[in-house]
Design a protein around this ligand. Structure first.
Ligand SMILES: Nc1ncnc2c1ncn2[C@@H]1O[C@H](COP(=O)(O)OP(=O)(O)OP(=O)(O)O)[C@@H](O)[C@H]1O
Ligand SMILES: [Mg+2]
Length: 412
């Protein structure tokens, strides 16, 4: 198992998740379309890549389309065409039905050039028909087909942001649902996934029923056993010696087993030891590296990823409110109902329908795994995330109880 702190992992680098894989595989074999959701960096893409790798070994055709960069449905359909290009019967089928677009032999085009040509032929009037034709081609293919569409919510959010109109999002989701239902059990199995929640997005746009054909599956964190197991496996394969209790101390420091955080922590501990010419890790090193490295400037780079995703998930006003909520929960420890009332009072003159927007922001923060409800209010799920946000806002955030005095009675 190699250390990985960036892209998705699969095969020998993929650890655990056997239960999730078995569940997903059973659903896919039963021809159910799925919606896979989970917090940032939980390993959603890795899980789906590993599922695809295993199904491929069992005779399936596995197609993976990342639509993070798509700006319109035509881009998504062209991404799918590019993914289908290496499948010769599919490429020949596409080339013969779209003769006008391909003057040259499709075998001589790279997948990239094929996608560019395909995209050039598509427009707002034709993507539905052409997209349906590609999915119909999958249905006619002699292998069962699994199609993963990753980062779909980011694409839909971008569509929505273009003019604030839900129709475009509706158009795409309705097309996908209608086409898949039309193809029935013979069509490809589709898994939609993303690192911002699709459910809060469609709920806000009043389109919740457009995804009710997708069976929701949530990818949660590793428990102690898997987190410790992964850490020990990384140590063994990179030749590091661990004092007793080191892997458990890592899990305790993180507070929750987000796979990427386990990997990052290991990477920083290994570098810490290497800089001291050692290949041994102690429990004391864990505390030092947590404070000095993970919470330090270089560790904070990882936080940027979370911030970017939040900007993508929320509108400007909701984002502003979400940052207030996170700052409060990080520095005070909990975002209480009283703080919520005070936040509402504070922004009531500058933000329309502030109560609803706070509810929307909280909905996303809970769905995407930042916060969870507790009897006193909302708290961070991950200790590392809380400490990151706290380090960031400690010097700038005054508790809401201090900023908004009087106006609202505590607990009202
Ligand atoms: N099963 C796993 N075994 C080992 N490491 C993993 C596993 N799953 C995830 N990771 C670690 O987490 C990192 C992120 O994984 P991945 O990109 O799959 O997550 P994601 O949930 O899709 O993230 P994002 O929210 O950014 O899309 C990987 O680079 C790897 O370090
Ligand atoms: Mg991902």
């Amino acid at each position: 198992m190699r250390l990985s702190t960036g892209r998705w992992v699969s095969g020998d680098d993929f650890f655990d998740r056997e239960r999730e894989l078995a569940l997903l595989e059973a659903q896919v074999r039963d021809r159910n379309h799925l919606l896979v959701a989970g917090q940032r960096r939980m390993g959603k893409t890795s899980l789906l890549q590993e599922l695809g790798r295993r199904l491929k070994a069992d005779g399936w055709l596995f197609l993976f389309v990342d639509v993070e960069g798509a700006t319109c449905p035509e881009d998504v359909i062209a991404d799918l065409a590019r993914e289908l290009h290496p499948v010769r019967p599919m490429a020949l089928r596409m080339a013969s039905t779209m003769k006008d677009w391909f003057t040259e032999n499709v075998d001589e085009l790279s997948a990239f050039d094929f996608g560019v040509k395909f995209r050039a032929g598509l427009d707002a009037g034709s993507w539905r028909r052409q997209g349906e034709d590609l999915l119909r081609g999958c249905a006619a293919h002699d292998q069962p087909v699994l199609l993963v569409i990753d980062e779909l919510p980011i694409f839909l959010k971008r569509l929505h942001r273009r003019d604030g109109n839900a129709d475009r999002v509706d158009g795409f989701l309705s097309w996908l649902r209608g086409t898949l239902q039309g193809l029935g059990d013979g069509g490809p199995v589709v898994i939609v996934s993303g690192s911002i929640g699709l459910e809060p997005l469609v709920r806000r746009l009043g389109l919740a029923d457009r995804i009710n054909h997708l069976y929701p599956v949530r990818v949660g964190p590793w428990g102690r056993e898997a987190s410790v197991g992964c850490f020990e496996r990384l140590a063994a394969t990179t030749g590091m010696d661990l004092d007793g209790g080191v892997a458990d101390a890592v899990y305790d420091a993180l507070g929750v087993g987000i796979p990427h955080h386990v990997q990052s922590f290991f990477a920083r501990l290994r570098d810490f030891a290497a800089m001291r010419g050692s290949s041994r890790l102690t429990v004391g090193n864990v505390a030092d590296v947590y404070r000095g490295e993970l919470l330090g400037p270089s560790g904070q780079n990882d936080l940027v990823h979370y911030e970017t995703r939040l900007t993508e998930a929320l509108g400007d006003e909701e984002h502003r409110l979400a940052m207030e909520i996170l700052a409060e929960a990080a520095t005070v420890g909990v975002f209480t109902p009283d703080a919520r009332n005070r936040l509402e009072a504070l922004y009531s003159t500058v933000v329309d329908s502030v109560g609803e927007r706070i509810a929307d922001a909280l909905d996303v923060l809970v769905h995407d795994g930042y916060l969870e409800a507790s009897p006193e209010g909302h708290r961070f799920v991950s200790r590392l995330l809380r400490d990151w946000w706290s380090a960031r806002f400690r010097d700038h955030h005054l508790p809401l109880a201090v900023r908004v005095g009087g106006g609202v009675a505590p607990g009202s």
